[in-house]
Design a protein around this ligand. Structure first.
Ligand SMILES: NC(=O)C1=CN([C@@H]2O[C@H](COP(=O)(O)OP(=O)(O)OC[C@H]3O[C@@H](n4cnc5c(N)ncnc54)[C@H](OP(=O)(O)O)[C@@H]3O)[C@@H](O)[C@H]2O)C=CC1
Ligand SMILES: Nc1nc(=O)c2c([nH]1)NC[C@@H]1CN(c3ccc(C(=O)N[C@@H](CCC(=O)O)C(=O)O)cc3)C=[N+]21
Length: 287
């Protein structure tokens, strides 16, 4: 009876619409939106995401470039690449895949990316705009979650949303967007007490923890909408598979609607990256 929120399908229709908008944008401006993805090192999971991003960018009608740097890259070298992309007029969006190798400073790189090209929405200027409720470039994963929630529930006003996790990439911007949508928002994290009881109060439960199947069926209020952001690779029977932060089988017995992993939040994140790239291109040519 639970409703499956099909991120793959929703993202495909988002990218289809985006391709239409992009064609119109190109016709009007003679500018093709450009996305540059930077990957330092050879983390296998990051390689999968980068490949998916480049594929979707092409599907949307963008120019996309991939910049791979070796694991041992120094800060000066990465800074130089970002500065070059900042001043390249054919590049409208820059994404530096995180996490970076330990010798590199993430805050330094995030601050260096030109705010108008920051399609991740991680630059302090964009984070501030999000907190103030007037952001143009919104972090892709929470934006994707909001699209799925609105499709599932319509108006979110007055709903109690519980976000598990408080990272800058997912938990905090997710909470900001839910607040902006008039939810009553609770954020829980590794120092919170009695997380289960708090989760059980949620009309909307967003799990962004990075712990395989942490959220059990008994933590979920019957009929709740559950968004599983977690992407965890686990070994079972000698095979590698992806699971979320939610124990899917158990929770789908209780929840009103739930996102699967894979095929839920992941594809929506990529679709929203494409939306941000077109938004960024629009802003840059209008100045
Ligand atoms: N689908 C997608 O597009 C994306 C998926 N992801 C996935 O989402 C998950 C979360 O990512 P991210 O936010 O970057 O992860 P982080 O590791 O940066 O943050 C995890 C958060 O979970 C909290 N936490 C950890 N353990 C517990 C616990 N036992 N109980 C309660 N809270 C806990 C941490 O608390 P504290 O702050 O106290 O340490 C922290 O706030 C990962 O699986 C990641 O792979 C991430 C980005 C995009
Ligand atoms: N600067 C930066 N921005 C990010 O947005 C960012 C990042 N760094 N680092 C890593 C995380 C993770 N992330 C995902 C994107 C797509 C899928 C995705 O497409 N997942 C597919 C399956 C992928 C697979 O098969 O492995 C799915 O869930 O169906 C997953 C995870 C973006 N992140």
């Amino acid at each position: 009876m639970t409703r499956l929120i099909d991120g793959k399908k929703i993202s495909a229709s988002e990218v289809e619409q985006l391709a239409v908008d992009t064609r119109q944008f190109i016709a009007e401006s003679s500018v093709t939106p450009g996305l540059a993805v930077v990957l330092v090192g050879d983390d296998p999971a990051s390689q999968v995401y980068v490949r998916n991003k480049v594929k979707q960018a092409t599907a949307a009608g963008f120019n996309s470039t991939e910049h791979r740097l070796p694991e041992e890259t120094g800060q000066a070298q990465l800074n130089a690449l970002v500065e070059q992309l900042n001043s390249d007029p054919s590049v409208h969006g820059i994404l530096v895949q995180l996490p970076l190798p330990a010798q590199l400073s993430e805050p330094e790189i995030i601050r260096l990316i030109a705010p108008e090209k920051d399609v991740d929405g991680f630059h302090p200027q964009n984070v501030g705009a999000l907190a103030a409720g007037n952001a143009e470039l919104i972090p892709c994963t929470p934006m994707g979650c909001m699209i799925m929630l609105r499709q599932t529930l319509g108006d979110l006003s007055g709903k109690h949303a519980v976000v598990v996790g408080r990272s800058n990439i997912v938990g905090k911007p997710m909470a900001a967007l839910l607040l902006q949508a008039n939810c009553t928002v609770t954020i829980v994290h590794s120092r919170s007490q009695d997380i289960e009881a708090i989760c059980r109060q949620a009309d909307i439960l967003v799990a962004a923890v990075g712990r395989p199947e942490m959220i059990r069926g008994s933590w979920v209020k019957p009929g709740a909408t559950v968004i599983d952001v977690g992407i965890n690779a686990v070994e079972s029977g000698g095979r590698r598979r992806l699971v979320g932060d939610v124990a899917f089988n158990e929770v789908s017995e209780v929840a009103g609607a739930i996102t699967p992993v894979p095929g839920g939040v992941g594809p929506m994140t990529i679709a929203c990256l494409m939306k941000n790239t077109l938004t960024a291109a629009r802003q840059q040519i209008s100045v």
